[in-house]
Write a protein that binds this ligand. Structure first.
Ligand code: PTJ
Length: 259
């Protein structure tokens, strides 16, 4: 177990890594999930490791879409289960969304471990595990096509944090409204989804729960208005502009660290 000093400049980031490694040791995170996290970290570094304005706007639209949905579902993979189990449960409670395990690297053991992990964090029900994943999404050929007939199959809005591009496209073709959380504004998922929250899942999920709480009592017309004003292409463009401006600005500074 790593003992990270309190004043370590990269403490937060190292603690998040430890959560994932812990999840890997418990059989929740796939080995590939550790690599995927590294890619995310790189984008987070460039984004300044803060929730930016474009992410806040996407979070508002995501909250409105989830609240307007008739059958919202939160799709959970190994990384998300390891990083933010308590917020998955809170979001489900606040919004009435169902929780479904849906893995890219599907194994029965990992599905079960994730389900138990979520139940131990207070989830009432976890779909998509074992026999429950008895329906299939037509466009997909891998094991990911197996979904719960009570969950993703009949969902109108699906939250798919850290998703792979094929599945996002398949969900779109099925007519679902797709919300994602992805640090990479250039990923296929980020560019295919209806709402892309370009932020770290560890910062975005608590904010999404808070936003759902805030918007919950609002008139449906107000929520519809939020969605109709929202433009995901603009959000992706803003994220890329932010990254390029930030790099140009950093490139004009003294970068050497004197010790
Ligand atoms: O548990 P499984 O079997 O379902 O597998 C999960 C992973 C994440 C391994 C699987 O879905 C996968 O391979 O995903 P990709 O295609 O690597 O996509 C992951 C995306 O999430 C990339 O665009 C990363 O930049 C991004 N990402 C990684 N960590 C975070 C993140 N986005 C937000 N928050 C993070 N902490």
């Amino acid at each position: 177990r790593l003992n990270i000093p309190f004043n370590h400049p990269r403490r937060e980031s190292l603690l998040i890594r430890e959560k994932l490694v812990d999840g890997f040791r418990k059989g929740i995170v796939a080995p590939e999930g550790l690599i995927a996290h590294g890619r995310g970290e790189c984008f987070d570094y460039i984004l300044g490791e803060k929730t930016q304005e474009f992410a806040l706007r996407a979070i508002e639209a995501a909250a409105a879409a989830i609240l307007l949905a008739n059958h919202p579902v939160i799709s959970v993979n190994g990384n998300v289960a390891a990083l933010v189990p308590e917020y998955i449960v809170k979001l489900a409670e606040e919004s009435g969304a169902l929780i479904e395990v849906n893995l890219f690297y599907r194994t029965r053991e990992r599905e079960e471990a994730i389900k138990q992990h979520l139940l131990s964090h207070g989830a009432r029900e976890v779909l998509g595990v074992g026999e429950d994943a008895s329906a299939t999404i037509p466009e997909l050929f891998s094991e990911r096509r197996r979904v719960s007939p009570r969950g993703i199959l009949i969902a109108d809005v699906v939250l798919v944090p850290l998703e792979d591009g094929d599945r996002t496209e398949a969900l779109k073709r099925l007519g679902k409204f797709v919300v994602t959380i992805d640090l990479n504004p250039l990923s296929r998922t980020a560019r295919t989804a209806d709402v892309t929250i370009i932020d770290n899942v560890v910062r975005a999920m608590p904010l999404l729960v808070e936003k759902v709480r805030e918007l919950k009592g609002r008139d449906r017309e107000v929520l519809k208005e939020i969605i109709s004003r929202y433009n995901n292409n603009e959000i992706l463009q803003e994220a890329l502009r932010f990254i390029s401006h930030r790099l140009v600005e950093l490139a004009s500074r003294e970068l050497r660290i004197r010790v």
